[in-house]
Design a protein around this ligand. Structure first.
Ligand code: AQP
Length: 334
């Protein structure tokens, strides 16, 4: 094992809103499952992705610090994991340009997130929104990534990343590691509490639709109490019960209980008891994270030191891939 090369893990989260339990169960919580003894782990705050939708500059800056603090509060040691900010490593944008030239218009047109976000932001369908998946491919391929822990909604982008890597490798010979997505069975897609047919999104303007990692206990319980369910009274997973099924998924993520166990626990009880139990369980899971988060966020100098040190580590790794790519496509160097 000692001489084996460590596998590389990469993932990122956009500072495009206050993170939700969807981001937490689908992605963030799973990052700490990769021990830095066995893997080289890079977790990026992808601020360049965030500006594909209009952001208030002061808020974007503030949220970048917040997401970095949350990474650490969720157990990622910044000495052992490379925690950094995307715009601090120019190679992401540089590789994205090259990959843009190896990605087809038709492929990008088929991306469901582009279609969704174009509908939501009809007055700002910019080129960045369209080429977002290419920047994501660059993020991943730059680090010769083996594994990408993500939620279900990013699966299509990851498939495109693999296609781009394979295409480039076919033309120029082995250049990129072709990454594998890691999508967990439970929690890969947490739905909105207000419209359970839709994904929970941090940028949803309806506050009752989302539970945020930093919501206090009362707010969490209130939001779960208001969650849209159905006219039935039995806690049971079924296609025609998307609200209850979603709450069962969330409860399962926290308690580790399976559907049968959850159904038995709430047999003969009403939805009110179930919703309260989900709210309390989620609040208890998030409380220690919120405590640690406050401590990290209060020390801006420390956060900036982490950003700087880690972006240098990331840039060092990124440069190796970028120079290889530049050489292969025929760019000169001086
Ligand atoms: N509802 C979700 N359930 C499970 N996983 C989710 N993820 C997002 N929403 C859910 C996962 O969180 C990671 C970071 O996501 P992102 O910030 O890159 O952007 P996103 O996928 O577009 O997430 P949001 O919350 O919907 O952000 P906005 O509202 O800004 O678009 C990814 O691994 C994602 O799969």
């Amino acid at each position: 094992m000692e001489n084996e090369k460590k596998k590389n893990v990469f993932s990122g989260i956009q500072p495009s809103g206050n993170l939700t339990v969807g981001n937490y169960f689908g992605a963030l919580r799973n990052f700490s499952r990769y021990s830095p003894d066995e893997y080289t782990c890079l977790y990026c705050v992808v601020d360049q992705h965030a500006i594909t939708v209009r952001q208030d500059p002061a808020e974007l800056r503030r949220r970048t610090y917040e997401v970095l603090s949350l990474y650490m509060a969720c157990g990622l040691d910044p000495e052992q994991n490379i925690l950094y900010v995307q715009s601090h490593v120019p190679a992401h944008a540089q590789l994205a340009w090259v990959l843009d030239c190896y990605t087809m218009f038709g492929e990008l047109s088929r991306m469901t997130q582009f279609k969704d976000k174009s509908q939501k932001n009809a007055d700002n369908i910019n080129a960045g929104l369209f080429t977002y998946p290419v920047l994501m491919a660059a993020d991943i391929l730059l680090y010769q990534t083996d594994l990408v822990p993500i939620g279900d909604d990013q699966k299509q982008h990851l498939e495109l990343t693999r296609d781009i890597a394979n295409r480039f490798n076919t033309v120029y010979g082995p250049t990129f590691t072709v990454p594998e997505p890691v999508i967990r069975r439970t929690g890969a897609r947490i739905q909105s509490l207000a419209e359970p047919e839709k994904k929970m999104s941090k940028s949803d303007p309806n506050e009752n639709a989302v539970v945020r990692i930093l919501d206090d206990k009362d707010t969490i319980i209130r939001k779960f109490k208001r969650a849209v369910t159905d006219s039935d009274t039995v806690v049971r997973r079924a296609d025609d019960k998307p609200g209850i099924s979603n709450l069962m998924t969330i409860y399962s993520c926290v308690t580790g209980k399976g559907d049968g166990e959850i159904e038995a626990e709430f047999a003969g009880k009403g939805y009110g008891d179930f919703k309260l139990a989900v709210g309390e369980a989620v609040a208890a899971e998030l409380a220690p994270i919120q405590e640690r988060y406050k401590q990290y966020l209060s020390d801006k100098a420390y956060l900036e030191m982490i950003m700087k040190q880690n972006s240098e580590k990331a840039a060092y790794l990124a440069r190796k891939t970028l120079s290889k790519v530049y050489r292969k496509v025929g760019f000169t160097s001086v």
